[in-house]
Design a protein around this ligand. Structure first.
Ligand code: AMP
Ligand code: TRP
Length: 336
């Protein structure tokens, strides 16, 4: 992984271990991660430090962290090709975080939609970490000189901020950080809640029918899709503004069948929503079944998962420590 010779473009992304992944996480992010491994040098991270910005039950956070790693492996992350690690296992991220906090402005951090949303949702815990969250995320990205950051649409504002901070640092000191770009697939950049299709599907939703979990069995998946909120028109037609529920289901169907939206409209023309919803449920259940099998198998082998994470942390630390050393020197911290 030399910085001077021509190298493959580098990718970094992360996901918080705040619960079992949803279909939204899978379609918007994780599904793409495994596909990118061939063409890019990839680093994937379980963002356990970011999860602490919302109160966590310690034993659950530990369990979810290992489960998240197992799910990423089940979804096709290959530890021979990519580095898979846990954010807190690479302390250099938090070291760079401080430097980047000192190079992020109160104004820009205040403008982050996620900060505003989460503050409104947890008014009793608007903590400093929630506010500086994007500076830690910038550290995650910039510490590896990542070129591309594959995320869902909700994270693009944070990637933009990382880019701005990188640019500011580079001009204040000297060229140091690669300017990262968000990498967002057109399809499924934002999968909506099945219960309130104008809101994104989120694993923290209190309505359990709002999301599909990666571990839901076929019956549950079919049932949740049958209950999905649609509209009274009765026509399968793509129109996200007027028909957010149906359009969301069409997007999910498109992702798993590869059929174009017009093709889907034709397939279900003259048919009711019942039939359409069952078809969506079935393709999702079929797509998740093999991942679920792998997940169960991998999760049962704790030593394997932990071994992958240890190797990942060691590999990532080598790169990250080098960057922190360079940055410390540039900003004028005394080195002995
Ligand atoms: P999080 O669960 O917030 O850690 O998100 C992990 C990744 O999944 C990020 O790249 C998000 O942008 C993506 N993501 C989360 N929810 C959705 C959704 N409903 N649709 C598409 N992508 C999503
Ligand atoms: N904040 C991201 C989310 O909630 C997770 C994350 C943390 C991340 N660090 C990252 C994503 C670095 C991309 C790059 O989805």
């Amino acid at each position: 992984m030399s910085e001077t010779v021509e190298r493959k473009k580098r990718i970094l992304s992360g996901i918080q271990p705040t619960g079992t992944f949803t279909l939204g996480n899978y379609i918007g992010a994780v599904r793409n991660w495994s596909k990118l491994q061939e063409d890019f040098e990839c680093l994937y991270m379980v963002a356990d430090l970011h999860a602490l910005t919302v109160r966590q039950v310690p034993a659950e956070l530990r369990r979810h962290t290992r489960e998240a790693a197992a799910m990423l492996l089940a979804a096709g992350i290959d530890p021979k090709q990519s580095l898979l690690f846990v954010q807190s296992h690479v302390p250099a991220h938090t070291q760079l975080n401080w430097i980047l906090c000192c190079n992020s402005q109160f104004g820009e951090l205040s403008r982050m939609t996620q900060f505003k949303d989460k503050s409104a949702k947890h008014p009793d815990n608007v903590n400093g970490g929630l506010f500086t969250y994007p500076a830690l995320m910038a550290a995650d990205i910039l510490i590896y000189n990542a070129d591309l950051v594959p995320v869902g649409k909700d994270q693009t504002q944070h990637v933009e901020l990382a880019r701005n901070v990188a640019q500011r640092f580079n001009s204040a000191y000297s060229p140091t950080f690669t300017l990262p770009e968000g990498y967002i697939t057109k399809e499924g950049a934002k999968i909506m809640s099945l219960a309130e299709p104008t809101k994104k599907m989120s694993k923290s939703d209190t309505n359990l029918n709002a999301f599909i979990l990666m571990t839901d069995d076929a019956d549950t998946i079919l049932r949740k899709f049958r209950r999905a909120v649609t509209d009274s028109e009765g026509v399968v037609r793509y129109d996200p503004a007027e028909k957010p529920g149906v359009s969301n289901l069409m997007m999910i169907y498109n992702v798993f069948t590869g059929k174009a939206l017009a093709e889907i409209e034709a397939e279900f023309s003259g048919k009711g929503y019942g039939e359409f919803k069952d078809a969506v449920g079935e393709v999702v259940a079929n797509a998740l079944a093999p991942i679920q099998g792998e997940y169960a198998r991998i999760l049962a082998d704790k030593d394997y998962v932990d071994g992958v994470l240890k190797d990942g942390a060691a590999g990532a630390s080598r790169l990250a420590n080098r960057m922190v050393e360079k940055v410390y020197k540039k900003v004028g911290l005394l080195q002995l």
